[in-house]
Structures are given as C-alpha cells and as structure tokens.
Design a protein around this ligand. Structure first.
Ligand SMILES: Cc1ncc(COP(=O)(O)O)c(C=O)c1O
Length: 486
C-alpha cells in the first residue's frame, strides 16, 4: 500500500481543466483497466488515499463516492473499500483514431463555420474586453439567496418544464423596468425572456427574415448579429457610421432600390464606435421605417451605462408606428454568463418568437429567471447599476488619462459619453505591428479588423474595454501599450 502512488502516472493529478477529484477517479479507473489494481483488491481509505496522493480528504472522498456510484468500487462497512468484483467495463479502450480509409468526419458532410474562432488571450493577460463588466462586483450573495429560494419553492416546480416566454415574474419585472426607466409602454405579455440578446437576435432572424431578404446593418457593426441574420438567409446592406451614428442617407438610398426587411441598430452607443445616434437621425430613421414598414431591431445592450447627462431613451420609446423591436440584456449590468436577455415587442410577435424558441431550446432557466425577477423587484439590479456607473466612470477617466500620458497622440479618441469601452484610432503606421507588440506585452483588445466584414477595409482602430479591470491594471495596460509604440 505504501507504493500506492506508484500505481499511477505521477502526473495524473497535475494540470488545468478537470477537477482533482475527477482526475483522481480517472487515475484509479486507469489503474484498474491496466490491471494494476485487480477486482477485489483493497483500496486505501479516504484519509490515507488523500495523504498518498497529496490531495484534500474531501477530494479523495468525493472521488471514491463517484467511483462507487459508477460501480468501480464497493464499500463494505467495517471492512474497507475494494475494487468491485463485477467491473462495469474492464477492457482498456485507448482511442486509436479513425480506421484507415474512413473520412475525417465519418458519414457527415457539412460546411465550415463562416466565422473564424476568436483568438484567445493567454492566462494572466490584461484583457481590455469591451463586452465584459466587472464580474467581481456582481451581487452574488443576493443572487445566490434568491436562486436558492427559487429552486426550493413549491416543491421544486421551477425545475420542471414551463412556458417558452420566460418566467411570468421576470416578464413583469422587465416590463416594469422598461416602462419606468426607458420610456417604453410594455406589459408582461409584450416581453419574451431569452438567453442573452444573442438568442433574441437569432429568434428574430428566424421569424422575420426569409432567404434573400435585405437587412441593413451598421458597418462597422456587431458581427454576432450579422451572423444571426446571415444564417437566416439575409443579404446584409452596410450603413456607414460617422460621428452621428448610422448614416440614414445610406438607408434611404437602400430603400429606394428595393425592399428592406429589417434594420439592425445599436443607437444608444453604436457598436463598436460608441457614438450615440443623433436626435435628428433618430427622427428621420423612425419616419423612414414607418413609411416603408421596415422592422427596426434596436439592440440596447448597455442602456444602464451612460456617463454624461441622462441616459438616452431608446428609439422604441418614440415609436408611434409599431415598427421597433426592442432587444435588451442583463449581460452588462450583471454578467454575460447568466445569459439573460429579452425582447419587447407587440404580443403577436412575442408569441411567434416563443413558438420558435420552443423548438430551439424549449425554455430558459426558470429558477434563475425567478431569482433575477426578485433582484429587479427589490431594486438590487438598479442599485448595482448605480454603483457600477460610478466605478466605470472612474475607470474610464483613469484609462483616458493613462493613454494620454503613455500613448500621447499615437492614439486618437473621443471620450465616449457612455458604455464600457473607448474606440481609439492608431495615428501611426503599422497598426497590426503595434497590436502584435501589445499582445507580446500581455495586453489584449479587439481591433476593427475583427469587427469588420472580410470584404471591407478596416480602419486602424481598437476597442478598449475598461469595465473589467481596476484602475491600476488599466494604467499598467496603457503603460505597456505606450511601450509597444517603439
Ligand atoms: C452590440 C452588442 N449587443 C449585445 C451584446 C450582449 O450580448 P448578450 O446579451 O448575448 O450577452 C453585446 C455584448 O458585448 C454587444 O456588444
């Protein structure tokens, strides 16, 4: 027994990824499969196993419990723990790769995904992520409490099937939020809860777009939305973006050449440039959409974060013609991993989207939705938003100051009136070289080429998110970005 660890690969418990408990269980299974531990052999108890393998006792206990549940080991009270006499599967089955002559994807033929997977920053990098809020500040205590309550109420009914529209309490809380704070007029029946705005956009594309339909989009713009529309067969028409947001003349020109099914816009803070759509363009755009009966899909992803003056009301709040479909998310105000978004639209469209949703993933996480409803009802989300507005305002100021100090006039930017990112233009030659050197120094951010269609010429611009790093980390990132200038 003293040579217990020798039964295993000495590195069996090293490395990232799986938990130690899973790796310990796998190592024991491996030893059984390889015949190093025979059926009926006695195993160390959890305390000695933990000592021998250098893990916490609870880890060893959990591994043994999992192996017992799977039938690999048996415990006889008072006698000890043994490798089961009747093993579930003793034959070692190393993966030998495909048999000679089989195609790489046996039996299937499918086109590659049109989008390249995003480059992943290495661990420890300073990531100026435009899309991620400060996850350390999420009110997890309140969320956990509410979630636990939701899981246990009424005998766990929220763990069952439910309506694809979302939990009624969350629909009501979101309707109240957009009515009270965003100038919309919505009741619970006008709200569909989705898994993030991405699912909302995908459902809208499935329901509204027929193959060949034209969808006008901002360009530069938000590629995940473009992908959803293109998957539904849309032909995208780009609307250029300037200091007042999307170019409405370009929209008018597109409308003059043929029908446009929908316009996808980020009017609050244009993605990725952060420019708000100007009041004059808002009015013209709404009038055009009403006259041509075009659906305006308004993606109001960062409504809570306007740092200068009052938040701008959504286009949907000024829509008298019933053409705007409003999409919101809790990804910025709380956390993207919660996958909580919503659509506000007239009830027939909401019901149609819900029917589609029933096919795609049936329903959302009802217990989580009930918990989020509680957090909205008791003002926790709104208090958190207020707190974080101050924090993000200070981070924005710190990044602006540090970039001015370290990058000088090599980076040109306007301080955005809101949102969680700066849009900066590289004013020197060789933007790709600078981005590479920043990455070599451990600083990562999105660049225009990643936010552009492959057929467009991207400007030498970077989107610098400031929400998820604290002020010191932002200063350090700016210092390294300055050092990368050469
Ligand atoms: C333009 C835009 N829309 C929506 C979202 C949020 O997406 P989701 O709600 O799917 O997390 C983001 C996040 O980065 C965004 O930039």
């Amino acid at each position: 027994m003293s040579d217990w660890p020798l039964l295993f690969d000495p590195h069996a418990l090293d490395g990232p990824g799986e938990t130690k408990q899973a790796r310990l269980a796998a190592a024991i299974v491996q030893a059984v499969r390889a015949g190093r531990l025979r059926p009926g052999a006695r195993l160390l108890g959890s305390r000695r196993l933990a000592e021998a393998m250098g893990v916490h006792r609870n880890t060893a206990l959990a591994a043994l419990r999992a192996l017992e549940a799977e039938g690999w080991i048996t415990t006889r009270p008072g006698a000890g723990t043994f490798v089961a006499a009747d093993l579930p599967d003793v034959a070692a089955q190393p993966f030998a790769g495909p048999r000679a002559g089989t195609p790489a994807a046996p039996g299937f033929d499918f086109p590659a995904a049109p989008e390249a997977p995003p480059a992943e920053p290495p661990p420890g990098a300073l990531v100026l992520a435009g899309g991620v809020p400060d996850l350390r500040s999420v009110p997890v205590v309140a969320l956990t409490r509410a979630w636990r309550r939701a899981l246990t109420v009424a005998g766990g009914t929220l763990l069952s099937y439910g309506p694809p529209h979302g939990h009624p309490a969350l629909r009501a809380a979101l309707a109240q939020m957009v009515t009270r704070l965003r100038g919309l007029t919505a009741g619970p029946d006008d709200v569909l809860v989705t898994r993030g705005s991405q699912q909302a956009l995908d459902l809208l594309a499935r329901v509204l777009v027929r193959p060949g339909d034209v969808v006008a989009v901002e360009a530069l713009g938000y590629p995940p939305a473009w992908s959803a529309f293109e998957r539904a067969g849309a032909r995208l028409v780009p609307l250029p973006v300037d200091g007042e947001g999307a170019d409405v003349d370009a929209l008018e020109a597109a409308l003059a050449t043929g029908p446009v099914r929908a316009i996808y816009l980020t009017p609050h803070h244009q993605f990725p440039t952060m420019v708000p759509l100007s009041p004059a363009r808002r009015l013209r755009l709404l009038a055009l959409a009403a006259r041509h009966r075009v659906a305006v899909i308004e993606d109001d992803y960062d409504h809570e974060f306007h740092h200068v003056g009052r938040p701008l009301h959504p286009l949907a709040s000024a829509d008298d013609a019933g053409v705007v479909v409003y999409v919101g998310t809790l990804s910025k105000v709380l956390a993207p991993g919660l996958r909580a978004g919503f659509v506000v639209a007239p009830r027939p469209l909401i019901d149609r989207l819900a029917a589609e949703r029933r096919v795609v993933d049936r329903q959302g996480d009802r217990a989580l939705e009930a918990a989020l409803a509680e957090l909205l009802e008791d003002g926790e989300v709104q208090r958190h938003a207020r707190r974080m507005r101050r924090v993000y305002g200070a981070r924005r100021a710190a990044l602006v100051e540090a970039l001015r100090a370290h990058a000088g006039d090599a980076l040109g930017f306007d301080v955005p009136p809101g949102g969680l990112a700066l849009w900066a233009r590289f004013e020197r030659d060789d933007f790709p070289g600078w981005v590479r050197r920043c990455r070599d120094r451990g600083v990562w951010f999105q660049t225009a080429p990643e936010l552009c269609r492959p057929d467009a010429t991207p400007p030498p611009c970077a989107r610098l998110g400031f929400a998820s790093l604290d002020e010191d980390a932002l200063r350090e990132a700016a210092r390294r970005m300055g050092a990368a200038l050469l």
